[in-house]
Design a protein around this ligand. Structure first.
Ligand SMILES: Nc1ncnc2c1ncn2[C@@H]1O[C@H](COP(=O)(O)OP(=O)(O)OP(=O)(O)O)[C@@H](O)[C@H]1O
Ligand SMILES: O=P(O)(O)OC[C@H]1O[C@H](OP(=O)(O)OP(=O)(O)O)[C@H](O)[C@@H]1O
Ligand SMILES: O=C(O)c1cccnc1
Ligand SMILES: [Mg+2]
Length: 549
């Protein structure tokens, strides 16, 4: 077994399930609550919990829901091992009765029902993304792990989707592993940025585990490791169509001499070390030659060296892929690079040369892409690391997990902050569509009849009495689907590709003004009239009347 396999398999099993995800990956208070519930005989009350967030991230008005597959795999595997029980016996007070540990030994997620929105769907504040139903203790014990699995996954997928919206059809590659929040953060970043709209990753383990396309160029170290042409020992390369190997270095040298004058560059200005690095890399990867051109001087060295080596490759029957720019004014330098390529293309009648790939990297974020677009540039692809994987603009999504019903009785959590008041009771969620776009999400009490296509339905703001509207939906989508029932995953699990496709389709039915980066319009999330009355009645019943003195 290679090192890579053993590393991969110690963290992830064959399905990509992360083995760190286990019942003890939780907050201690879940276990202490479980004991207190057990002591008071409250273990089997039938609970309903909603998992939702209150505010979209990144000053945006949408969020991409992700992490569901990992939640379902967690439920599938949920069981305390003997060593988990032993550990809990060490850390919980000695007064905890033995019977509690026997009870923990029996716990599985078999009595839990999990309803959720499809992974990769665009979602909005206050809408339950996941609804958990089942015995109180078991349902409570899931809180932290489910939140952990959904929060970063959804934040990352949303971040990636925003980069995708900014980049349009340009290629996006995730290069963030070195800056990610540890190994697991790095893997999750690669996976969920792919779902959110990236085309590939530099993370080789993510490629292997999740079947994501892997991509890469080379680092400045490769360029600076060469000082002169003399360092190149083996210089013969076989032409692509077979035939005897010829001197690739000589061919590159003569091209460099030939084209220097086209760009008014003196050969004395050009780095020979960089040239040697390009020649050797092209010989190692004649079908995949991408060159990092900014080590010394893009205009006076990198581009000339690249073009010379790419022309030599052409003579040998190969096509270079392009360049990577990693510093300087990326808009300007990309335009300069394109003009070099076009000049060579027309002078030597090599059509593909004008379309060589220009990749840009270096501290790129959503705003940089938007600004580059405004300036005009010739970049084809972006390599993005730090800002993407660390979600620098907003490092956490605030999903919460709240009890909304117990034994058929609604539960409400009050707050001075209206946005923090929970919407009580078991609810269904419907997305109501107009002709081209989705119009509004509607939360209903679970015993209400669902809205019907082409029939008028009253949608109310959950808290502001005067805000209400009639909607005649051309299509109604039931968003919360049963995913886990009686200990089994009950629908086919979509693969990463399907989820990625769902993100793409889901974003398409969202109005452009809701998706825009600057001051987007909020999407409306409403409640039915019945839920509105129910919520406000319960609110008044639970809010104590104060006394002024
Ligand atoms: N045309 C542009 N418009 C907006 N931002 C740009 C443009 N070109 C580059 N940037 C961004 O500007 C920043 C420039 O980075 P920085 O100040 O570190 O300089 P640098 O180009 O990396 O220089 P060096 O690495 O040679 O020191 C990066 O975040 C990059 O993404
Ligand atoms: O800038 P990011 O979005 O994080 O993308 C990844 C960066 O990682 C690499 O170099 P690294 O940053 O390690 O070194 P450098 O800053 O000297 O280029 C690469 O050249 C990019 O600049
Ligand atoms: O392949 C690359 O170019 C790459 C990979 C990781 C980080 N920066 C660049
Ligand atoms: Mg950098």
């Amino acid at each position: 077994m290679s090192k890579m396999e053993s590393a991969g398999e110690s963290i992830h099993c064959k399905t990509g399930q992360n083995s760190i995800v286990q019942p003890l990956l939780t907050d201690l208070y879940q276990v202490t609550m479980a004991y207190a519930y057990w002591k008071t005989g409250k273990i089997d009350g039938h609970a309903v919990f909603d998992l939702y967030f209150r505010k979209n991230p990144f000053n945006g008005e949408f969020t991409v829901f992700a992490g569901l597959e990992e939640c379902l795999k967690f439920l599938e595997k949920f069981r305390y091992s003997e060593s988990d029980i032993e550990y809990l016996q060490q850390v919980l007070p000695k007064s905890v009765e033995k019977g509690f540990y026997d009870y923990l030994r029996t716990l599985t997620a078999d009595q839990i029902n999990l309803y959720s929105i499809k992974e990769g769907t665009v979602v909005f504040p206050r809408v339950p993304l996941i609804r958990i139903e089942g015995p109180l203790v078991m349902a409570q014990l899931l809180e932290t792990t489910l939140l952990n699995l959904v929060n970063y996954a959804s934040l990352m997928a949303t971040n990636a989707a925003r980069y995708r919206l900014a980049a349009g059809k340009l290629k996006l590659y995730e290069f963030g592993l070195r800056r990610a929040q540890g190994p697991d953060g790095g893997l999750s970043a690669s996976k969920y940025s792919y779902i959110g709209g990236f085309d590939g990753t530099s993370n080789v383990l993510a490629g292997k585990l999740f079947n994501i396309p892997v991509k890469g160029t080379h680092a400045h170290a490769y360029i600076t490791s060469f000082n002169s042409i003399d360092e190149l020992k083996a210089t013969l390369l076989a032409p692509k169509d077979g035939g005897a190997p010829c001197d690739f270095l000589q061919s590159s040298i003569s091209w460099r001499e030939k084209i220097a004058s086209i760009f008014n560059i003196l050969l004395s200005e050009v780095s020979d070390g960089e040239f040697a690095a390009f020649v050797s890399f092209a010989m190692a990867f004649p079908n995949g030659f991408m060159a990092l051109v900014d080590t010394y001087d893009v205009k006076r060295s990198g581009l000339l060296n690249f073009c010379a080596v790419a022309l030599a490759l052409h003579d040998f029957g190969y096509q270079a892929l392009g360049i990577r720019l990693d510093s300087g004014d990326l808009a300007y330098l990309s335009r300069v690079a394109r003009s070099y390529f076009e000049k060579i293309s027309s002078r030597y009648s090599i059509p593909y040369f004008s379309d060589l790939n220009i990749m840009a990297s270096n501290d790129i974020n959503e705003e940089t892409i938007i600004s580059l677009n405004e300036q005009g540039h010739c970049i084809d692809s972006f390599g993005i690391g730090t800002h993407l994987v660390t979600c620098q603009k907003q490092p956490a999504l605030g999903c919460v997990y709240k009890l909304v019903e117990l034994d058929g009785e609604p539960r409400i959590k009050l707050s001075h902050d209206m946005a923090k008041v929970t919407i009580p009771g078991k609810k269904n969620v419907f997305r109501l569509y107009g002709n081209a776009f989705s119009l509004i999400d509607l939360l209903q009490r679970s015993d209400e009849a669902p809205p019907v296509e082409n029939e008028k339905v009253l949608c109310r703001h959950p808290f502001e009495e005067s805000k209400r509207a009639y909607v005649i939906p051309s299509k109604v989508e039931d968003l919360l689907l049963l995913q886990w029932n009686k200990g089994r995953i009950v629908r086919p699990m979509p693969n990463l590709q399907d989820i990625k496709e769902n993100v793409n389709n889901s974003l398409k039915i969202l109005r452009p003004d809701i998706k825009r980066s600057l001051n987007p319009t909020p999407y409306k999330v409403s409640v039915s009239d019945s839920l509105y009355q129910f919520l406000h009645k319960l609110w008044l019943e639970n809010a104590p009347i104060g006394e002024l003195s």
